[in-house]
Design a binder for this molecule. Structure first.
Ligand SMILES: Cc1cc2nc3c(=O)[nH]c(=O)nc-3n(C[C@H](O)[C@H](O)[C@H](O)COP(=O)(O)OP(=O)(O)OC[C@H]3O[C@@H](n4cnc5c(N)ncnc54)[C@H](O)[C@@H]3O)c2cc1C
Length: 214
């Protein structure tokens, strides 16, 4: 529910470390596109599907905390998602008219039905399917059946910080030695993989699989 962007320098560091296109300037248009913020600033979006509002009613404890922070030398920032993140600030929340504005509400329930979208619920992805080192789709357990679903263009894996690496490893993508311990045929040996997963365990973790091996 807390609406908080990462620090701009973290994104710039990602780019410096090789994550092409993840620098702050490249991410900013997407942050703006998501939100409908009540803050008026060039850094903020006002027409996106996710309603965002600042915590307006402060409890005496919240107010005292903000005051104490300033007394300790921290600046008061009016927009924690804008130009100045450092300091003490009222947080923003993904809330619209007092109701939590989840991703599902903003992008699915609150939108007209789309011909190009099909949602299957109650299914389990078993692995991603590979042809050589190219991902062609995934294998899914759905209504007691195991089905292979193929992708025309691309496959995005968004199974969370534990589910995504688990599925990759079940598919044979990961450190060969570790896969061998579990009798999984290795399709791509990525020795640093477990380490990356540990590092990203507190971050949003999405992989565009088509580009994984590039
Ligand atoms: C207690 C808590 C509080 C948080 N509070 C905030 C907050 O206030 N603000 C904020 O910005 N972030 C918050 N976060 C972080 C935020 O929830 C995550 O960063 C975000 O949900 C990640 O989204 P995701 O889509 O990558 O993964 P997830 O939300 O984890 O979604 C992954 C989905 O994949 C499904 N899945 C996994 N494996 C399979 C499989 N094999 N087959 C089918 N489905 C599968 C899972 O069931 C899950 O539904 C909080 C996290 C926690 C735990």
């Amino acid at each position: 529910m807390t609406w908080l962007r990462g620090h701009p320098l973290d994104y710039d560091r990602w780019q410096e470390e090789g994550a092409e296109g993840w620098d702050w300037a490249s991410c900013l248009p997407y942050f703006k596109k998501i939100e409908s913020s009540t803050v008026d600033s060039i850094y903020r979006g006002t027409a996106g599907p996710v309603g965002v509002q600042r915590q307006e009613q402060l409890s005496p404890l919240n107010a005292a905390f903000l005051e104490a922070g300033q007394e300790a030398g921290w600046p008061l920032t009016e927009d924690v998602n804008g130009y100045q993140q450092e300091g003490v600030s009222r947080f923003e929340m993904s809330v619209k008219k007092g109701v939590r504005n989840s991703t599902a509400f903003a992008y699915l329930h609150n939108m007209p039905a789309r011909d190009n979208l099909t949602v299957w619920t109650g299914c389990q992805i078993l692995k991603v399917n590979l042809q050589g080192t190219a991902v062609t789709g995934c294998q899914v357990k759905y209504k007691q059946q195991v089905l292979d679903v193929s992708a025309d263009q691309e496959t995005l894996l968004c199974a969370g910080v534990f589910g995504s690496p688990q599925l990759l490893m079940l598919s044979g993508i990961g450190p060969a030695a570790h896969l061998k311990e579990h009798d999984i045929d290795c399709q791509a040996d990525l020795p640093g993989w477990v380490k990356i997963c540990r590092i990203t365990s507190s971050a949003i973790f999405r992989l565009k699989l088509n580009s994984l091996f590039l």
